[in-house]
Design a protein around this ligand. Structure first.
Ligand SMILES: NC(=O)c1ccc[n+]([C@@H]2O[C@H](COP(=O)([O-])OP(=O)(O)OC[C@H]3O[C@@H](n4cnc5c(N)ncnc54)[C@H](O)[C@@H]3O)[C@@H](O)[C@H]2O)c1
Length: 358
């Protein structure tokens, strides 16, 4: 029997990275992707997409695209990646984010249920953004506190942390989501819509909450995503990297290779996956540490704290991956040093050499 996978947004950073793994597992792979101009400068099929992939250029919010795709393909597994992904941008483009992320998901689910061919499984790449500022606790206290969103006054006064509290790692099994950006709210809505739809239809749903993904293949021209690529580009040009707030924000930077292996493990997984699973390295670094490493690697001037801030950015984001490792046959294998060296090697294949006299 022909086994088919359908990937929405599969021509993007993560979609390309899983495409060879899917090609090994499935007879047919169809990608539905509108080649969004913010992600795809040239709006052509990406070279990194596995040859076996059949690319349908279309929008997930367009029901006629779905009806025509599902007339040709009966997917066994759907991997839902298509999304508007700009955290900061979602504040000024909230309709776009709501439409693609929320309505795009409901249009997909309606089309699947009306097609008469339900997939066995749908994997959604959600985001650590759904946790917002996440859980905190007073030193020595076991009581978890959710301090909510940092106010304008707090940020304007450079009061970056919540006084008297220390951040705790996020954990999909127990942490209460509490979005602080429109993007995050739409990602949480996707999770809720998918799980409430999937149970009545007997479709298995898997929600992966990805931490900060970086690595080869990430758009070098999209100004709204990919802080690690942006830092590399600046340092490569000999510029000092500007660091927001005081630079001490924690992030779990996870290499695309480890994210791809987690998604493929979720595709393979036969165990039930009722709870969202965190995908990171399980080790957090400060933005300042990572910026300093990148500056050193390129021989660029030291990064500088510019004390700017951006609404929608959370102070700290770290996670435990214990729950994920217990369910999926998966372990991340790249630390930040290994990941940066892979990213930097790839960037040299993509960008013109920097002119020394520039
Ligand atoms: N990269 C990260 O750090 C990260 C972190 C957490 C979650 N995620 C999630 O992972 C998923 C994939 O992210 P990515 O990093 O590959 O992003 P990306 O922007 O590289 O890829 C997204 C793809 O979706 C396509 N797309 C956008 N709108 C579409 C629409 N209306 N119809 C059809 N296709 C559309 C784009 O053309 C692009 O190819 C997203 O759902 C994102 O929310 C990513």
């Amino acid at each position: 029997m022909t086994r088919t996978a359908l990937v929405t947004g599969g021509a993007g950073f993560i979609g390309c990275a899983i495409s060879e793994g899917l090609a090994e597992r499935f007879d047919r792979i169809v990608v539905v992707d509108n080649l969004h101009p913010q992600v795809h400068k040239e709006r052509v099929r990406p070279a990194a997409l596995a040859k076996k992939v059949e690319l349908v250029v279309g929008d997930v919010t367009d029901r006629s695209v779905w009806d025509s795709v599902l007339a040709d393909f009966a997917p066994d597994v759907v991997i839902h990646l298509a999304a508007e992904t700009g955290t900061g941008q979602s504040l000024t483009e909230s309709t776009r984010h709501g439409h693609v992320n929320v309505v795009g998901t409901t249009v997909m689910l309606d089309a699947l249920s009306h097609s008469g061919n339900l997939p066995k499984k749908i994997v959604l790449t959600s985001s650590r953004a759904v946790y917002g500022e996440g859980p905190w606790a007073a030193p020595g206290s076991k009581e978890t506190v959710y301090p909510g969103q940092r106010s304008n006054e707090q940020l304007a006064a450079s009061q970056w942390d919540f006084p008297g509290l220390a951040p705790k790692p996020m954990d999909g099994r127990v942490t209460r989501p509490s979005p602080v950006s429109v993007y995050a709210a739409t990602k949480l809505a996707q999770e809720h819509i998918l799980t409430s739809w999937a149970i009545p239809y007997g479709v298995k749903s898997t929600v992966l909450r990805l931490q900060n993904v970086y690595g080869p293949g990430q758009s070098l021209s999209n100004p709204y995503t990919g802080i690690v690529s942006l830092f590399c580009r600046l340092a490569r040009e000999g510029k000092s990297i500007p660091i927001y707030e005081d630079g001490l924000m924690l992030r779990d930077f996870v290499l695309i290779d480890d994210v791809a292996s987690a998604i493929l493990a979720a595709v393979d997984c036969e165990a039930p996956t009722p709870l969202p699973m965190d995908v990171g390295v399980g080790v957090a670094s400060t933005i300042a540490e990572v910026a300093a490493k990148i500056a050193r690697n390129y021989g660029a001037p030291a990064p500088h704290v510019c004390a700017k801030y951006r609404f929608g950015d959370v102070r700290h984001a770290s996670c435990t991956i214990e729950g994920t490792v217990a369910v999926l046959d998966w372990q991340p294998v790249n630390d930040v040093d290994a990941g940066l060296s892979k990213l930097q090697a790839w960037i040299e294949t993509q960008l013109e050499p920097v002119r020394q006299d520039a």
